[in-house]
Design a binder for this molecule. Structure first.
Ligand code: EPZ
Length: 417
């Protein structure tokens, strides 16, 4: 299990370049199941979850993926085995995104239930209920979802609550259902809109992505396409927090500031100076950091995936901040590790009370999930002395070469093999 070691106290400079979005490339990869043709994804990040999704697709009969830099070419000429096994799904719950495309392409699928994960129970009941409304029969047995649905038919479906991958699963299944599907109370994240752009490039007829209602006219067949994956707004937000906590003057490049409106607003509120351009954000974090309360909510509000990084930042602010996590039930595991670095934080149910003005000291800490590990890197940049983060493989799931990017910007960070 490799580790990441960093020494705090250095300011960052120059530029931090953002890669393609993990949470956009994963549904896009699942969409390759919808056609026999090649699907070309540009700006596809080289992260662990992409490798896992490649293994899931190859298990079903996909040709070996071709990668040239950030261009990933996928093709599933024929589905030999419409199954996503437990040993893969348990390492990446986003594997459930293959269920909708499998039903659309070959009318059946057998996908392991993802089970819970560090941040919560994370059921998939909304995925199942939606696919059943399209006419699929889905039984849950021996830890698997066994789905049959030769002829999916369009339907009007209202999600009980917003689910990102649930929306994506239903979008992909409905593209080849007979007739019209209306999805209501859908997620509105930028990754949803990116998937709609891809599905339409493949010959699909998807309208309304980005609003709370999506309409889809089923089509007979879908063909290949070339699609440029949007930049990763969570990686960009992580870099903004890193720049803010280390009092840096640095540019976050190749990002979509319009995907980060709520984050930029919060950072300005707590005193971070930002110059926002077309595809870059210049951080000038030279003034005092003020405390700021936070409530995570579905897009377009502040994303849960940046909550942990913001908690780390608020340990350095003047005053006390109350941070409330409304999306997942157990997403404060980073607090225990931050406490070991000297943070003063109390967790009470869905809220954490962060007392600012606490100098952090380097320590041996353990990553528990992807974004908690990003939080520990943010904290380690300002902690006095050496921080060693164990189980660094968590960070590799969603950040492409993060230590190299931060090193190039001046951080004292390296990977210990
Ligand atoms: C996506 O997860 C992201 N992952 C998550 O990013 C992100 O935190 C989350 O959306 C934000 O909502 C990918 O896109 C691959 P949800 P997803 O369905 O789709 C409950 C990261 O760090 N729910 O929107 O799994 C669920 O338990 C990851 O990159 C049900 O109850 O999340 C949660 O409380 C972490 N039943 C809430 O809805 C369901 O059937 C939102 O979950 C589905 C979800």
């Amino acid at each position: 299990m490799d580790k990441i070691r960093l020494r705090g106290g250095r300011r960052l400079h120059g530029a931090l370049r953002v890669s393609g979005a993990k949470n956009a490339v994963l549904p896009a990869m699942a969409a390759s199941l919808l056609t026999k043709d090649p699907l070309i994804l540009e700006n596809a990040p080289e992260v662990r979850d992409v490798s896992t999704m490649n293994r899931v697709l190859q298990r079903m009969g996909a040709s070996p993926p071709r990668r040239e830099g950030s261009r990933l070419t996928l093709q599933v000429p024929e589905i030999q085995s419409p199954e996503a096994p437990y040993e893969l799904v348990k390492t990446m719950r986003a594997s459930v995104l293959v269920l909708g495309p499998l039903l659309a392409r070959c009318g059946r699928g057998r996908v392991s239930l993802p089970g819970g994960c560090a941040i919560g129970a994370r059921p998939v009941n909304l995925h199942i209920a939606g696919l059943q409304k399209l006419g699929a029969r889905i039984e849950v047995e021996h830890g698997y979802m066994v789905a049959e649905g030769k002829e999916l038919r369009g339907a009007e479906i209202t999600f009980e609550s917003k689910t990102v991958t649930g929306t994506e699963n239903l979008m992909m299944a409905a593209t080849r259902a007979q007739g019209r599907t209306v999805l209501r109370n859908v997620a509105q994240e930028p990754e949803i809109d990116d998937l709609a752009i891809l599905l339409n490039a493949m010959g699909g007829r998807v309208e309304g992505a980005g609003t709370d209602t999506i309409e889809i006219e089923g089509v007979e067949d879908l063909h290949g396409a070339t699609h440029h994956v949007i930049p990763d707004r969570i990686e960009a937000g992580t870099f903004l927090m890193a720049a803010a906590i280390s009092r840096s003057d640095v540019r976050v490049e190749r990002c979509r500031p319009d995907h980060l409106a709520s984050v930029l607003e919060k950072l300005k509120e707590v005193g971070v100076r930002l110059e926002v351009g077309e595809d870059a954000i210049h951080v000038l974090a030279d003034g005092p950091l003020r405390s700021g309360n936070l409530l995570t909510l579905p897009y377009p509000d502040f994303p849960t995936d940046l909550q942990a990084q913001y908690v780390a930042l608020m340990t350095q602010a003047e005053g006390t901040s109350i941070i409330t996590e409304s999306i997942f039930e157990n997403r404060f595991m980073h607090v225990g590790e931050l406490r070991r670095m000297g943070a003063r934080i109390e967790v009470d149910g869905h809220s954490a009370v962060v007392h600012g003005g606490t100098p952090l000291t380097g320590a041996q800490v353990m990553a528990t999930d992807l974004r908690a590990s990003a939080c520990l890197i943010v904290a380690g940049l300002v902690a006095e002395g050496e921080t060693v983060i164990d189980r660094a493989y968590h960070i590799d799931r969603g950040y492409e070469h993060i230590e190299e990017k931060l090193q190039r910007a001046g951080a004292d960070i390296e990977r210990l093999r």
